[in-house]
Design a protein around this ligand. Structure first.
Ligand SMILES: Cc1cc2nc3c(=O)[nH]c(=O)nc-3n(C[C@H](O)[C@H](O)[C@H](O)COP(=O)(O)O)c2cc1C
Length: 188
């Protein structure tokens, strides 16, 4: 038996990412975002949805560039903190001992401690209500070498210990259950 619930955005789990913004060091900021995802593979498009009242919002709108830093279990505390404190009151890089580095393509910092940093250029902003959706093209990926498998060249997501967010709670990735397509693959 299923019960009717008030409609809401209960698509979980999601990543909780740290988005970094700012053209110069005095502007650098981090905000935590869970309303994020993939829109299209080619061109590579993703989105973040941001409330206009965030300190980061006018910085994002002015520069039209940002970095999505994937987070890990080790970064869980900083991820939460950056999502409950504002850059108008704190330097979140300093407070959380995170290292800003200039992104290679966009005018924004990335977080050295993050395993994978996705450089994004905003193509369109759509205002819906509480949140504005920033649709962005991925223009570069910065992958931490220590998670790149030396044999296959693939990024080892398991080793990176990525963080998952579901309805107010943070979790680890858990055990590997199968690989893409394994459900229909012929058993040898
Ligand atoms: C797990 C988590 C997810 C969040 N997701 C979003 C989001 O998708 N969009 C948003 O506008 N704020 C989101 N927030 C809230 C902002 O990160 C928070 O208001 C932050 O203080 C904004 O920083 P700023 O004022 O320095 O820009 C989230 C917070 C947490 C803890």
């Amino acid at each position: 038996m299923k019960k009717d619930w008030k409609p809401g955005t209960l698509v979980y789990p999601l990543p909780a990412v740290m988005v970094t913004v700012g053209k110069n060091e005095s502007e650098y900021n981090i905000l935590t975002i869970a309303w994020t995802g993939t829109i299209c593979s080619d061109p590579a498009l993703c989105y973040i949805s941001v409330r206009p009242e965030r300190h980061s919002y006018p910085i994002l709108k002015k520069n039209m560039e940002f970095v999505i830093n994937l987070t890990t279990e080790e970064l869980a505390y900083a991820t939460d903190w950056a999502g409950v404190r504002s850059g108008k009151d704190y330097n979140k890089f300093k407070e959380m001992n995170l290292t800003p580095a200039k992104a290679h393509v966009v005018n924004a910092p990335y977080i050295e401690e993050a395993p994978l940093c996705i450089e994004c250029c905003v193509k369109e902003i759509i205002a819906f209500g509480t949140h504005d959706m920033f649709i962005a093209e991925v223009v570069n990926i910065l992958a931490d070498e220590k998670f790149i498998d030396s044999d296959t060249g693939a990024f080892d997501m398991k080793k990176a210990n990525l963080l998952v967010y579901a309805h107010g709670n943070y979790y680890g990735l858990g055990d590997l259950i199968g690989k893409f397509g394994w459900s229909v693959r012929k058993k040898k």
